[in-house]
Design a protein around this ligand. Structure first.
Ligand code: C2O
Ligand code: CU
Length: 545
């Protein structure tokens, strides 16, 4: 096969933002990193060279990788890290997704600067289920710290408290007009009057769900997580870390410059966040004089705590469900799971921790706080190496109680640590309900599953009621996603068919929660037929020793 091939050189490159310069980890010296282009159903190879001083892995977020988790990327789940000086040729296998995905580092906190867009065009010979846009542009939302990311991570791990909030949010790597020393580099989207643009939106931020909107312009959402949606018009979007949104922008306003802006959505009053706003500019081509900065700020950008705005937006996301893009929601469930997702405060050994009352913060699913093994789970599973992980991940929370009450059982403050996986039979139909609890600090959790897209059939606030809530499920046109923001102290139900054998990580896409242990892995067993089995590893898997 002559697959398209890309070269990724991971290395440090100096970048200047917010009046100061620091070396950051980049791919090919670019921040954000290079965009990958493929057609639906294609396979590409990315040769990843680690020329940095720390270990690295790269993950292809939202790509199914059918039967081939080997190059999926999460460290110690499907591979050991690529060491400095090392190289790993990663095969990326696209199946049914079409739209926007992205890639990012999946080791330490390197993804803060090591990330980029993946554009998945329609299959050769087919076209978009909407009029072809005049042009397309990735819009990547991110965060910038003045501090070195490795140092940030170090302090975070040592103190056991929340990490420092970032110093700026960014649009395509730029903080924008409202931040110091940033005005002249503000990202500009040049548009022709009368044309339609496809914005491929990605939230690559480490810690926050974001609202985004453009002054005087409506947006039409046509896809999320590389799956088409029924087009819907909106004044703003809500996008959580890990998610992508395909959005049409019609340049139909008087010639001029218009702000686009993004800021945090957070309903939690306990978690500190950066309350600043990042901006970029939509600039109409033509002869006119326009005031600088642009006159109007997006009027419809929701406020930080606008839970209503966030849920209204989420309700708008419906699968397209057309003859070319049919939906296939599993209806008879063979496996029903409920996973609690919690942030916990655990006793601190050295008495100097920055969590509440001198504790150390931790996070868990079903009261188990995940610990990375020292060799990857996939290798251990494939080669029958004992003692790396256990398969006792509970089917059901340890206790039945009121998850969102003010006072919760103390034993839940202290999750067990463990490297537990959940084994799924091949082709089982899985319904998984995430139940957020209010331990320590309730917040939204953007839960992400590797190797699959899932239908989001329902969500709501408070405790999931297994008798009543399923009656309200959307089984007609639920959105197909790889990341779902579970409402604060609420629940979300997803469905998928376990037809992709291998080892697949599931985790909260807030980086601090992942580091605190809000992750687990599924092992999906092989099917009986040869074409239903995990493929063998490539010869150049990074070694664990
Ligand atoms: Cu966006 Cu586990 O990744
Ligand atoms: Cu979380």
């Amino acid at each position: 096969h002559a697959w398209a091939r890309y070269k990724f050189v991971v290395k440090e490159t100096p970048y200047t933002r917010l009046c100061s310069t620091k070396p950051i980890l980049t791919v090919n010296g670019q921040f954000p990193g290079p965009t990958l282009y493929v057609n639906q159903g294609e396979t590409i190879i990315v040769d990843v060279y680690n020329q940095a001083k720390d270990n690295i892995t790269i993950h292809w977020h939202g790509v199914d990788q059918p039967k081939y988790p080997w190059t999926d990327g999460p460290e110690f789940i499907t591979q050991c890290p690529i060491r400095p000086g090392g190289k790993f040729s990663q095969k990326i296998i696209f199946s049914t997704q079409e739209g926007t995905l992205w890639w990012h580092a999946h080791s330490d906190w390197s993804r803060a600067t090591v990330h980029g867009a993946i554009v998945v065009y329609p299959k050769n010979g087919t076209s978009y289920p909407f009029p072809k846009p005049y042009a397309e542009v990735p819009i990547i939302l991110g965060e910038w710290w003045k501090q070195d990311i490795m140092q940030l991570l170090d302090t975070f791990l040592k103190t056991g408290g929340d990490p420092n909030t970032s110093d700026a949010y960014t649009i395509n790597g730029q903080p924008g007009d409202l931040y110091p020393c940033s005005k002249s580099d503000t990202f500009k989207l040049m548009v022709d009057h009368g044309k339609t643009y496809l914005l491929r939106m990605i939230n690559a931020a480490m810690s926050d769900i974001l609202f985004f909107s453009i002054a005087n312009h409506q947006l039409t959402v046509v896809g999320t997580d590389a799956s088409y949606t029924k087009p819907f018009k909106t004044d703003y979007i809500t996008i959580s870390p890990g998610q992508t949104m395909d959005v049409l922008l019609e340049a139909n306003q008087p010639l001029g410059q218009y702000y686009m802006a993004a800021r945090v959505f957070s309903s939690s009053n306990l978690v500190a966040y950066d309350n600043t706003t990042t901006t970029a500019i939509v600039h109409y081509n033509g002869n006119y004089t326009s005031p600088s900065p642009p006159p109007s700020f997006p009027q419809n950008l929701p406020y930080y705590n606008d839970t209503n705005a966030s849920s209204t937006y989420a309700r708008g996301l419906r699968s397209l469900d057309s003859p070319d893009h049919p939906i296939n929601v599993p209806l008879n469930m063979s496996t029903k799971l409920i996973f609690t997702i919690s942030v916990n405060a655990i006793p601190c050994a050295n008495d100097s921790c920055a969590g509440p009352n001198g504790t150390r913060l931790s996070a868990s699913m079903n009261n188990i706080s995940f610990v990375n093994p020292s060799i990857d789970i996939l290798q251990a599973y494939y080669n029958h190496i004992n003692g790396v992980y256990e398969d006792q991940f509970p089917n059901f929370p340890p206790l039945i109680f009121n998850f969102t009450a003010d006072y919760l059982p103390l034993e839940l403050e202290t999750p067990q640590k463990g490297t537990e996986v959940k084994v799924l039979e091949y082709n089982s139909t899985v319904e998984l309900v995430f139940q957020g609890t209010n331990l320590v600090a309730g917040t939204e959790h953007p839960m992400h599953l590797h190797g699959y897209s899932f239908y989001v059939v329902g969500w709501g606030s408070g405790n999931f009621d297994k008798d009543k809530d399923p009656l309200g499920y959307n089984l007609v046109d639920p959105p197909l996603q790889n990341t779902i923001a579970v409402p604060r102290n609420g629940w979300a139900a997803i469905r998928f068919k376990a037809d992709n054998p291998g080892v697949w990580l599931m985790h909260c896409h807030l980086e601090r929660h992942l580091s605190w242990g809000m992750d687990m892995a599924f092992i999906v067993k092989n099917g009986k037929n040869p074409e239903e089995k995990l493929l063998p590893p490539p010869p150049d898997m990074p070694s664990c020793y």
